[in-house]
Design a binder for this molecule. Sequence first.
Ligand code: AMP
Length: 178
Amino acid sequence: MITSMPTAAEIEKAIRNVPDFPKPGIQFKDITPVLADARLFNGTIAELCKPFTAGSVDAVVGIDARGFIFAAAAAVQLKAGFVPIRKKGKLPYSTHEEDYALEYGSATVAVHTDALKPGSRVILIDDLLATGGTAAAAASLVRKLGAEILEFSFLIELSFLNGREKLQGFPIRSVVRY
Ligand code: AMP
């Protein structure tokens, strides 16, 4: 039974840093120990959707792939729908696509053209904000569908990469910052 919610410091302690994964020089933040602990996972979801009450959000948009885990759980908590933003080539129906720059090269994210109704109120969730390229591309797709972004919510923010600069004009919540 969960009798108390964890602090952000407790959640941070469970995040495992894996050096040089998936390539040399990357400090990968492994969130699986947070997911495996009922109290930490529940507390994380509560933090990610903190300002919102059930019914106040139409959909929670999750970003491929670890964002799906948190966004789907948040959607259930908020009694909202769940909408996936996926890497190019994964969604079966007609899509909008958005390219964005990576450190080396570029990537493309996609959303179904009928995933959100114009005017719907959504929050976007991902596990981690790094340079902000992925989240900014996701925001473009959501706006292309005419939906209103209420907030971005991340478990982890790598503040030294200044991802917030790419998300100007949107409220941003992060539970743990490095
Ligand atoms: P960015 O577009 O640079 O903000 O990168 C954010 C995306 O890349 C998120 O979907 C993260 O899951 C992933 N990511 C970037 N850096 C890391 C990291 N150090 N550890 C774990 N995931 C990361």
